[in-house]
Design a protein around this ligand. Structure first.
Ligand code: 13P
Ligand code: SF4
Length: 314
């Protein structure tokens, strides 16, 4: 990456702490960030908790170490605050796979249907949606819609199918998926579990059906972390981005965590977008108050309607 040069004598953690104080800034980080970013963050959480933290903060500046849609949500909820990100290019395959013109055309083909859209989407798509949800509140949001109402669920077909099966509620699904969670190999997880019969499998609902069928527990990143803390098992196979294992190990030092293997011999279980961020870029974002998330007022206000409906139900 083309990063401006940083004085190598600087202690980046000290500098980040100093800049946070000087700028009255809060550093929010998702669990898929590098451990060193998680360790310097003021608040860690899943998508819903990070949105709630962004809404509640008294800080003047939000530095969001996550991906673009998360920071954009923070800006939608805080138009008057400066929201900076370590790397503007940190996107999301789910958001990329749901362009607003196609989403709008899809809605037009289903007049009268209510749309519930996973928070992993652009502000433009949020503005065209009725409700936003995250993996931690999706069940609650779906249950809130009257039974006779058609639901369009976008963009993650895996989370959508998981909800349809769990709630017995038909929904029309957008055919999107996460490039990270679709790489986990059912065959290799089965083989790993045979070698570790005492391990429980935990999985994010963005995983494919065959992987979710193997899971002892399915939930958002925060729910997975909590399960590994509360459950009596001493060993877990983790089918989500391995960044979260940093917190799992910290919270349960005596337990063992095995990354669920991807199908290929690759590091494709790591989110390439989340991993664009670095401690250096967090420092630069706080130092330069850039790059910033900016949104047109009309778009922001329209996107906020669906987010507010989610927040009220959460
Ligand atoms: P969570 O809301 O569960 O943290 O998930 C965010 C995400 O992008 C998963 O890939
Ligand atoms: Fe998007 Fe998948 Fe990365 Fe989550 S892990 S931010 S869904 S690409």
């Amino acid at each position: 990456m083309n990063e401006p040069r940083i004085d190598p004598r600087l202690d980046l953690v000290d500098e980040i702490q100093r800049l946070k104080r000087e700028r009255n800034a809060v550093l929010l980080a998702h669990y898929y960030q590098e451990g060193e970013i998680q360790d310097v963050a003021d608040f860690l959480g899943d998508s819903l908790q990070l949105a709630q933290a962004a809404k509640a903060t008294q800080a003047d500046v939000i530095c969001f170490a996550g991906v673009h849609f998360m920071a954009e949500t923070a800006k939608i909820l805080n138009p008057e605050k400066i929201v900076v990100v370590p790397d503007l290019a940190a996107g999301c395959s789910l958001a990329d796979g749901c362009p607003v013109d196609r989403f709008r055309a899809w809605r037009e083909r289903h007049p009268g249907a209510v749309s519930i859209t996973y928070i992993n989407c652009s502000a433009e798509v949020k503005a065209e949606s009725d409700y936003i949800c995250t993996s931690s509140n999706a069940e609650k949001i779906v249950r809130a819609i009257p039974a006779d109402q058609e639901i369009l669920f976008a963009p993650d077909k895996n989370l959508g199918r998981f909800l349809v099966q769990k709630l017995g509620r038909p929904m029309t699904l957008w055919q999107g998926s996460c490039i990270v969670h679709e790489t986990f190999s059912e065959r290799k997880i089965v083989a790993l579990r045979e070698r570790h019969p005492d391990a429980k499998v935990v999985a994010h609902p963005e995983c494919e059906e065959a992987v979710l069928r193997l899971a002892d527990f399915v939930g958002s990143t925060t729910a997975l972390l909590k399960f590994t803390i509360d459950d009596a098992a001493r060993k877990f196979i983790v089918a989500t981005e391995p960044g979260i294992v940093h917190q799992m190990k910290k919270a349960s030092p005596g337990k063992e965590f095995l990354d669920a293997p991807p199908e290929g011999n690759c590091a494709c279980n790591e989110c390439p977008h989340m991993k664009l961020n670095s401690l250096e870029k967090v420092y630069l974002a706080l130092r330069d108050l850039a790059p910033r998330i900016e949104l047109a007022t009309d778009l922001r206000e329209r996107a906020q309607v669906a987010i507010d409906r989610m927040m009220a139900l959460s």
